[in-house]
Ligand binder design. Structure first.
Ligand SMILES: [Zn+2]
Ligand SMILES: [Zn+2]
Length: 140
C-alpha cells in the first residue's frame, strides 16, 4: 500500500475500511489542484456513481481528510494539509482555474504572530488570492 493510502486508513480510524469508493475518490484528489464537486464526480464516473462520491466526500470532510476551499458562494475540494503540503491558492474569477502559490515562510510566521497577538492558537488557515490569470488578462 502506498504511503498516502496508509495515511488515509489511519484517518478513517473507526469509520470502516478502505472501501473501493473511498480509494477511488481519494486517488482522484491526490496530487491534484482543488476541484469542484462536478469535476470530481466526472473524474470518478467510470468507476463509481455520483451518490457514492457525495457520500464519500461527506465522510472525508467529517474526518478532516478533505477541506473546502470557499470561492465566493461556490467551493472546491482538495485533500487537507495532512496529505499534501500546506499551500495557498490563486483563483481566476474568469476561467475558474486554481493554482498553488509557492511557500512563503515569512507569510506563514506572520500569520502565526497575528493570531498569537490576539491570544489565539492557530491550528490552520486558508488563503486564496482572487483575480485574473495571465491568459484571461490577455484575452480581455
Ligand atoms: Zn483565467
Ligand atoms: Zn499558509
Amino acid at each position: 500500500m502506498t504511503e498516502p493510502l496508509q495515511q488515509l486508513q489511519q484517518s478513517l480510524k473507526g469509520q470502516g475500511s478502505l472501501t473501493r469508493p473511498r480509494q477511488v475518490v481519494f486517488s482522484a484528489l491526490l496530487g491534484r489542484e482543488p476541484q469542484t464537486m462536478a469535476q470530481l464526480v466526472a473524474a470518478c464516473a467510470s468507476q463509481i456513481d455520483r451518490a457514492s462520491v457525495y457520500r464519500t466526500i461527506a465522510l472525508f470532510e467529517k474526518l478532516g481528510v478533505v477541506q473546502r476551499l470557499q470561492i465566493g458562494w461556490k467551493y472546491k475540494l482538495e485533500l487537507s494539509d495532512t496529505f499534501h503540503h500546506h499551500h495557498h491558492h490563486l483563483t481566476c474569477l474568469k476561467c475558474g482555474r486554481t493554482t498553488p502559490l509557492p511557500e512563503d515562510k515569512q507569510l506563514e510566521s506572520r500569520l502565526q504572530q497575528l493570531a498569537k497577538a490576539q491570544n489565539f492558537t492557530m491550528q490552520g488557515h486558508q488563503l486564496e488570492i482572487q483575480g485574473l490569470c495571465r491568459d484571461c488578462v490577455r484575452s480581455r
